[in-house]
Design a protein around this ligand. Structure first.
Ligand SMILES: O=C(O)CCC(=O)C(=O)O
Length: 202
């Protein structure tokens, strides 16, 4: 049983007796190289530059964002996507569409759980351009929470209870603390792969 590295995770006291294994929650620093980051950004920028930052998401979950989904990627980016899917152990056929979400320096993602209509049992995201802090909070017991440091170039994977029972959020710059440490939030772009939703949820 491998436990996620404590350098990147602070769990609340209420989780003291709950082993947080890599099959449930994974954080891999330097998952991509700076060259791969540049490649993904250059490719994404072509689509992003046509979009304006929105202050409100349709379901009110994100502030200061632009986004698109695409199945068309260069060979180099597809190789990264394949690595993400392998590392995340997508059990059912992985979604073809990859979601790119760009939040500006003042943007943030409010607590939410991805809808079963669009997302299967895993969410895997690569962080580009900025470090950030992700908070996971158990939706029926808020004393159970985890703060995750997401360094630029890292991959995180949410599965099991962290996919279904915990909300996830990306903190705004003012709230961006990992323990006592302030983690400056700049413009952040994430490349998020989701496993295929169950046909029953569609
Ligand atoms: O940007 C991220 O890493 C998280 C994205 C997210 O929470 C979502 O799109 O539902």
């Amino acid at each position: 049983m491998t436990i996620i590295d404590k350098t990147f995770m602070i769990a609340s006291a209420a989780l003291k007796h709950s082993p947080i294994t890599q099959s449930k929650l994974k954080l891999i620093p330097n998952f991509i190289s700076q060259k791969e980051e540049e490649q993904i950004l250059n490719e994404s920028e072509k689509k992003l530059k046509r979009l304006k930052y929105q202050r409100d998401h349709w379901d009110d979950a994100i502030v200061g964002y632009r986004e698109f989904e695409s199945a068309n990627w260069s060979e180099q980016t597809l190789a990264v996507i394949e690595r993400v899917k392998r590392e995340a152990h997508f059990s059912n056929s992985p979604r073809q569409l990859v979601h790119v979400l760009d939040i500006d320096a003042a943007g943030f993602i409010k607590p939410h759980i991805d809808s079963n209509r669009y997302c299967g049992d895993k969410v895997a995201g690569v962080s580009l351009l900025s470090d950030s802090v992700m908070r996971l909070v158990n939706q029926s017991d808020s004393s159970k929470y985890i703060t995750l440091l997401l360094p630029r170039l890292s991959l995180y994977v949410l599965a099991h209870e962290f996919r279904y029972d915990y909300t996830h959020e990306i903190l705004s710059d003012e709230m961006s603390f990992f323990g006592d440490e302030y983690v400056k939030r700049d413009r952040r772009v994430s490349m998020v792969c989701r496993s295929e939703p169950s046909p029953l949820s569609k």
